[in-house]
Design a protein around this ligand. Structure first.
Ligand code: SAH
Length: 390
């Protein structure tokens, strides 16, 4: 087994259990350091820290898979980790759809698996994880006997690992346009061409949180994608719902989702730039009972974090202006570098500029099938806030 000895000075992160070891923390490598191979990682004074996969071509040189000295990394390892991940989700009450594996938080760094009833979508985002794809697929077959498994590795981050972007079947081909059920609704999901893995499961519990506030109201949803929040709003009794997304495809799917739930008259969609619409309509004095904002991540790098904050402030300020006195703003942020406190602070600054007072209804993270590990910033990424706007 290849041995990786760390430098004396390593970050607190590794000591705190985080699985990433950066290239500048690696001292010497003894043995084969070919990308993707399994290595034993030792501290500078030769204490075994754990076992993981190496890729010296990546900034993240090693990602640990285990800190248990007795655990070997083989096909059985992946089978048992997937079993554990499933047991955990079942315990939390997820049966039909869930994020089955949430990478680091399931001690399977760079692996994402979403379960959509009998179908599975998989992403292997690092070379060392990609190598185990056959073992992972085999484990899914054995545990679930799925109707289909699809790979959505059409993700730029793979290139940092020297991996190609690709997508396709990992089982016998099947119709990738499926229907899932969520909170009593039925929704079309396009596993092949939808964004990310096809559907944003991280908000599936949060979508229920709008249940009472949308009743009988006029609702505006910006960055609606396939209209998941908007269909929920219609289902929960909104008088009218208008969803906005820049993607024509997303809006077309959103319309189909409205139809599928008998809400074609209630839920309407426009393919527009939401930044422009929010700006113009707030100037025009349009008013809604509820405004929902769920934009894409504004930055992935620390350098541009200030720009992201300015973006959040801007859209939330516009959003608040569009809310009738006493109505509600439902606002999300999936930028993991914007931590919850900073997001809240930004919303309050926006309220000050908009000259509106806020009352917090709920402030939560992503659904619990995307576990958070304390101190592992990238596991605590979604902010979901509802405020009453006075
Ligand atoms: N609320 C959705 C997820 C939204 S993802 C859900 O729960 O499923 C963010 C969406 O913002 C994407 O669909 C993307 O197409 C859209 N988007 C990105 N830039 C936009 C813009 N300038 N105007 C409108 N929509 C935009």
């Amino acid at each position: 087994m290849t041995k990786v000895y760390l430098k004396k000075k390593i970050s607190r992160r590794v000591e705190n259990g985080h699985p990433w070891i950066f290239g500048n923390e690696v001292g010497t490598v003894e043995g084969d350091s070919a990308g993707g191979s399994i290595v034993d990682v030792y501290t500078h004074d030769k204490k075994l820290l754990g076992r993981g996969y190496i890729n010296l071509q990546s900034q993240i040189a090693v990602r640990l898979l285990t800190r248990d000295k007795a655990e070997t990394i083989d096909d059985a390892f992946f089978y048992s980790r997937l079993k554990e991940a499933w047991t955990y989700r079942q315990k939390l009450g997820y049966t039909e759809n869930c994020r089955l594996v949430f990478g680091e938080a399931d001690y399977l760094p760079a692996l994402i698996i979403d379960k959509f009833n009998d179908y599975f979508v998989l992403q292997t985002l690092a070379l060392g994880m990609d190598r185990w794809k056959p073992a992972i697929v085999d484990a899914l077959q054995r545990i679930f006997q799925p109707k289909g498994i699809y790979e959505r590795n059409d993700v730029p981050v793979r290139e940092l690992e020297g991996l190609p972007q690709q997508k396709g079947f990992l089982s016998a081909p099947f119709d990738t346009q499926i229907i899932i059920q969520e909170n009593g609704l039925r929704l079309h999901v396009d596993l092949e061409n939808g964004q990310k893995t096809g559907y944003f499961l991280d908000q599936h519990d949060n979508r229920r949180a709008i249940r009472h506030i949308v009743k009988d109201g006029d609702v505006l949803g910006a960055f609606c994608y396939t209209g998941s929040f908007e269909t929920h709003a219609g289902f929960y009794g909104a008088r009218s719902v208008l969803g906005l997304d820049i993607s024509e495809n997303a809006v077309a799917q959103a319309r189909r989702n409205a139809e599928l739930n008998g809400l074609g008259e209630v839920c309407r969609y426009e393919a527009v730039n939401a930044f422009d619409a929010l700006k113009q309509w707030s100037k025009d004095g349009r008013q809604y009972d509820v405004v929902m904002l769920d934009p894409p991540a504004f930055t992935k790098s620390r350098e541009t974090i200030q720009k992201a904050i300015t973006g959040y402030k801007e859209i939330n300020l516009r959003g608040m202006k569009l809310v009738k006195k006493g109505g509600f703003l439902v606002t999300s942020s999936c930028t993991n570098l914007v931590q919850p406190e900073l997001f809240l602070e930004t919303i309050h600054l926006a309220a000050k500029d908009a000259r509106r007072r806020l009352r917090q209804v709920t402030f939560q993270a992503q659904a619990s099938d995307h576990p958070i590990i304390d101190g592992w910033e990238n596991t605590n990424y979604l902010k979901f806030l509802i405020v009453q706007v006075l």
